[in-house]
Structures are given as C-alpha cells and as structure tokens.
Write a protein that binds this ligand. Structure first.
Ligand SMILES: Nc1ncnc2c1ncn2[C@@H]1O[C@H](COP(=O)(O)OP(=O)(O)O)[C@@H](O)[C@H]1O
Ligand SMILES: [Mg+2]
Length: 283
C-alpha cells in the first residue's frame, strides 16, 4: 500500500477539540447545577415570602384602623366617641396581633437572608483560584441548597472529623458534593440514610458520602464516570455529574473512589491533598 499525500490526523487539533467539548460539558453541567439551585431556592423561599406578603396585607388593614382612630382626635365631639372607635377597631387584639405579625415577618425575612447567603457562598462559579477553605462550611452550604431534594428521601447524618483548611476551589468541591448527595438521594427508593463522613490523615483529607440506596451493579460500576452514562430516565439524569466530579477532583490532585453493594448501598470517597501541589500551570 502506498502512502498518499493524505495528511495524518492532526493530534493537536483533535486534542483541542476534545478539550473544547470537555469545557462545554462542564458548562452544561454547571447550568444543570444552577437550575437545581434555583428550583431548591424557589421552593425554600416561597413559604416565608408567602406569609410575609399576607402579613403586609393585614398590616395595611390595621394601619387604616389606627389612622381612623388618630384622625378622629380632630373630628370626634367627645372622648366617648373616641373610645367607641377604639372599641370598634378592636384595639387590644390589633395591638397584640401587630406584634406577632412583625415578629413572624422578621423571622421570614431572616430565613430568606440565610438562603440567599448560602446561595452566594455556593455560586462563586466564576471563581477559579485555589484557596484554603473550610470543607465543613462548604458541606453545610451545599446541604442547605439541596435540602429540599434530600429531606423527603433520607435522614442526613453528619459525621465530621477535625479538618484543617484545604487548599481547593471550594465552589467546585461544593458542586461535587452536591452531585454525590443528589445521586445518593436518587438511589434511595423510599426513605434511607445518607452519611457524610470527613477525616483528616497526614497530608490528605477524605470526604465520604454513603447511602443506603439501591447500589450499583458490577457491570455499571466500571462505567459510571463516563460522560453521558446514566441509568435515569430522560429529564432526570444527564450522566454528566460523575464525569464532571471526576475532572474536578483530578484537577485538585485528588482521587474519587467508590464502593457499592447492590441492594445495600454505595459509598463515594473523595480524597484531597491538604495543600495543592504547585504544578506551575496555574492550577
Ligand atoms: N449513589 C449512587 N447509588 C447508585 N447509583 C449511582 C449512585 N451515584 C451514581 N450512580 C449511577 O451512576 C450514574 C451516573 O451518575 P451521574 O454521572 O451523576 O449522572 P446522572 O445522575 O445524571 O445519571 C447514575 O445514573 C447511576 O446509575
Ligand atoms: Mg448525578
């Protein structure tokens, strides 16, 4: 066979395309994460915003009554007239209820504030630098965000060890933990348990997410980190969560391991170096 002038496949061009495809995947999984975040946040904020709104309506009625009373100071012919109005507007009840309304509204707004600040912590999506971070704080923030998806599926047990600050891109680690938690919840049929276990040993820390869900069959186990591998119906799974998580952990010079017993449950373990080795390529 003669060699024609055909150009050999350009490995660099292929690599560049692969890298671009990979970036696009990361982006689409980020969007999915943001969608999840938005749905969770909408759900959690809906209730307090609902009652603060209805409290404002009561407040308006009460204020109108109070104005009626104060304006009567100028128009009433006698003190008895004033007293009558005060009785009519049920002043004692109004007074107590006003206090309750304000306290309840303040509590509602505090809840909204907490959720928004968790969201801010979570969504420094564009932040790309390695910084010492408190993983426990990241886990709690993430739990806040996915609470809505977990609470009907599992009791969440936080088995936290003593951790040093870990040099990482915390928004990305949060995203990995979120995906592992959501996967764990999806794997549980009715109601189960999800344990989050953290440990520190020497130069590394580990975070385990263990569930009492359906487990993973051996023939699937070798494929779960492949992009687009999913056993979930269209619309529920993208098959990108674990491949993205794998990339993120790899970028952190860590590793991600999985142990699963079909019918009993699954445990994912992330191992991260406490210090990010300076690779000289900017991370
Ligand atoms: N905790 C788990 N328990 C059982 N199966 C799991 C678990 N985590 C992941 N899997 C399996 O791995 C597949 C790929 O997961 P992932 O990459 O997050 O994509 P997706 O969740 O969108 O399907 C899932 O569809 C599921 O079959
Ligand atoms: Mg997933």
């Amino acid at each position: 066979m003669t060699h024609s002038a055909q150009t050999p496949p350009d490995q660099d061009a292929l690599n560049a395309r692969l890298e671009q495809a990979n970036r696009q995947l990361m982006q689409s999984e980020k969007l999915a994460a943001i969608g999840q975040l938005a749905a969770g946040v909408a759900h959690e904020i809906n209730n307090p915003v609902g009652y603060v709104y209805s409290n404002l309506q009561s407040l308006e009625t009460y204020l109108n009554d109070l104005f009626r009373l104060t304006e009567a100071v100028d128009t009433a012919r006698s003190l008895d007239d004033l007293r009558l109005i005060k009785q009519n507007i049920d002043y004692e009840f109004l007074r107590n209820d006003l206090k309750d309304l304000l306290a309840e509204s303040r509590e509602g707004i505090e809840r909204v504030k907490t959720i928004i600040s968790a969201m801010k912590d979570f969504s420094h999506i564009e932040e790309e630098s390695f910084k010492p971070a408190d993983l426990h704080k990241g886990i709690d923030t993430t739990l806040n965000v996915v609470n809505n998806e977990l609470k009907y599926k599992a009791e969440v047990v936080r088995d936290f060890g003593d951790l040093p600050e870990v040099e990482c891109i915390i928004s990305q680690i949060n995203q990995v933990i979120m995906n592992l938690l959501v996967n764990a919840a999806h794997a549980i049929d009715e109601f189960g348990k999800i344990t989050i276990r953290t440990r520190h040993q020497g130069d590394t820390v580990t975070v385990e997410i263990e569930d009492t869900g359906a487990g993973i069959s051996p023939d699937h186990l070798s494929r779960i980190f492949e992009p687009f591998f999913t056993t979930k119906p269209v619309g529920k799974g993208t098959g990108l969560g674990l491949s993205l998580s794998f990339n993120i952990i790899e970028k952190h010079n860590g590793r991600i391991d999985v142990d699963s017993t079909p019918g009993h449950g699954t445990c994912f373990r992330i191992t991260l170096p406490v210090r990010h080795p300076d690779t000289g390529d900017g991370g």
